[in-house]
Ligand binder design. Structure first.
Ligand SMILES: NC(=O)c1ccc[n+]([C@@H]2O[C@H](COP(=O)([O-])OP(=O)(O)OC[C@H]3O[C@@H](n4cnc5c(N)ncnc54)[C@H](OP(=O)(O)O)[C@@H]3O)[C@@H](O)[C@H]2O)c1
Length: 274
């Protein structure tokens, strides 16, 4: 089946799932008037998902719902698989039957970190439970429908969420020194920039896209750009339940890149929102 590209988007025909999450809040700003569902629509409930999408008959469904606790996924593999893996498959099949485009977010953690950067066509090989569950979600969507946009992104920061920037700013006021790992590299991404770019992608061809702010850094370099008492440490000194990829730098090859993360961070810190 050839999928016809959409030319314009009527906000009232957009349904945002996971609308109360960090990215969900940014999407609400970019798509005022969109239909919203938070966790009250459990995306692991196949019947409820199907009923919601067939009743509302949206033209576009944007799925920002996910189980995002990377360490928690190691202990709760079943929940991770249901929310991040099977749930997106249910959404995809309901979108296919309703004739809706599905926009879904995936992660840099589908890669193993053995290369210094990844393009959209590179083979995924997740090394933790969160990454495996998100890859399953990508696969279920691709199996279930054709008119999807899977957006892999990384290191999100923004309002209304637990994120690295807010956590570190809080810690820096309470501790003399804040240890931050210097040997994991990625691309910080502002939720507002990602939400704005989502609008462009709805109008693009189906497929997988890498969308992040421009510029890569280590977590330490990121931290020292906004707190004065960050000190570098190695991942070995800071063991976590879930192993993280050393490099999870996503390169964007299919669309124009976003602005540099330093500029985006400045807007976030100064409250210069859309
Ligand atoms: N945060 C990052 O650094 C990052 C990096 C790469 C990719 N991503 C991806 O970007 C997307 C958005 O992430 P985010 O940071 O905005 O996540 P978030 O703040 O954790 O928001 C996720 C939302 O999904 C909801 N949710 C969880 N389980 C659900 C279920 N079974 N049914 C319906 N809703 C459910 C959560 O509700 P409750 O709070 O009530 O559980 C929460 O409101 C996700 O796909 C994530 O995998 C995030």
């Amino acid at each position: 089946m050839v999928v016809a590209p959409i030319k314009t988007v009527n906000p009232e025909k957009i349904l945002i799932l996971g609308a109360n999450g960090m990215l969900g809040h940014a999407l609400r700003k970019v798509f005022p008037g969109a239909l919203l569902r938070g966790h009250e629509l459990d995306i692991t409930d196949e019947e409820a998902v199907y009923a919601c999408i067939s009743d509302l008959a949206p033209e576009v469904v944007i799925n920002a719902a996910a189980y995002t606790d990377v360490d928690g996924c190691e202990d709760h593999v079943g929940i991770a698989s249901a929310v991040n893996g099977e749930g997106p498959g249910y959404i995809a099949r309901a979108c296919r039957d309703a004739g809706a485009v599905l926009v879904h977010y995936s992660t840099d953690y589908v890669f193993d970190g053995s290369r210094q950067a990844y393009v959209e066509s590179d083979p995924p090989n997740p090394i933790n439970a969160y990454g495996r569950s998100k890859l399953l979600g990508e696969q279920r969507i691709i199996q279930g429908m054709e008119n999807y946009r899977i957006i892999r992104t990384s290191w999100l920061f923004g309002e209304h969420g637990k994120n690295f920037v807010d956590t570190l700013r809080d810690l820096s006021t309470r501790m003399d020194q804040v240890k931050v790992v210097h040997d994991q590299f990625g691309k910080p991404t502002y939720t507002v920039d990602l939400a704005e770019k989502t609008l462009d992608l709805i109008l693009c061809d189906p497929g997988i896209y890498h969308i992040t702010n421009d510029g890569s850094c280590s977590w330490f370099e990121f931290a020292e750009s906004f707190i004065g008492n960050a000190v570098p440490c190695s991942s070995a000194e800071f063991p976590r339940k879930a192993v993280r990829p050393k490099y999870s730098v996503l390169n964007t090859t299919k669309t124009t890149p976003l602005r540099h993360w330093r500029e985006a961070l400045n807007d976030y810190l100064t409250g210069d929102m859309i």
